[in-house]
Write a protein that binds this ligand. Structure first.
Ligand SMILES: [Zn+2]
Length: 194
């Protein structure tokens, strides 16, 4: 349990320092098993990911019921619904990283560049805008990941991104890759328009 909390703190800090999350935005989680029951360790609500401590981390069960006293992120249902839809997903990173979110607010899609995994799709999949923090958004995110076992990231229109992985390293790396892809595409389109 301590290692899991330390990992959440470490990857939260990486996201903050690399500019993928700012202020009190963004949330990350990882699923773990204890005494044959599954739980989720998730960042707390209303705290910056830049300076969390292990004792700040919230623990919930897969139905988002609290196990400790720390109030979880407002997107806790989104994390739980994705874990329930896909057993292979062990960690989730949700950010409003600037370039990817810029695309999310525009009518342009982010291209799926080569360089991460072996997924061959032209564009990152998207779901239409649903109010953040709602069970409707949680259900839509769970359904979207559940209907395609290869889907590892989605864009939430007018909101941000959700990246997933077999551990926090993979989910965080994918969130960085998507942000860099959006940045590269933006630069490319700017240059082509000169
Ligand atoms: Zn969000």
């Amino acid at each position: 349990m301590e290692k899991i909390k330390n990992d959440i703190v470490q990857y939260s800090k990486i996201l903050f320092e690399r500019g993928l999350v700012s202020g009190k935005a963004g949330n990350i989680s990882t699923k773990f098993t204890k005494d044959n029951k599954e739980y989720v360790a998730i960042t707390p609500t209303l705290k910056s990911l830049g300076n969390l401590k292990p004792e700040d981390i919230s623990i919930v069960d897969l139905d988002a019921n609290p196990i400790n006293e720390n109030k979880p992120s407002s997107e806790v249902h989104m994390h739980c619904d994705i874990y329930k839809a896909r057993d292979d997903i062990k960690s989730i990173v949700h950010t409003h990283s600037p370039f990817a979110t810029g695309f999310a607010h525009s009518d342009k899609k982010i291209k799926r560049y080569e360089g991460f995994g072996s997924i061959k799709i032209p564009y990152i999949d998207e779901i239409e805008y649903i109010k953040p923090g709602t069970k409707e958004l949680a259900e839509a995110a769970g359904k979207t990941f559940g209907e395609n076992k290869k889907r590892d990231v989605i864009i939430l229109k007018h909101h941000g991104i959700i990246a997933t992985g077999i551990n926090l390293f993979e989910a965080e790396s994918l969130a960085e890759f998507i942000e860099d892809s959006a940045k590269t595409q933006f630069i490319c389109e700017m240059l082509n328009s000169i």
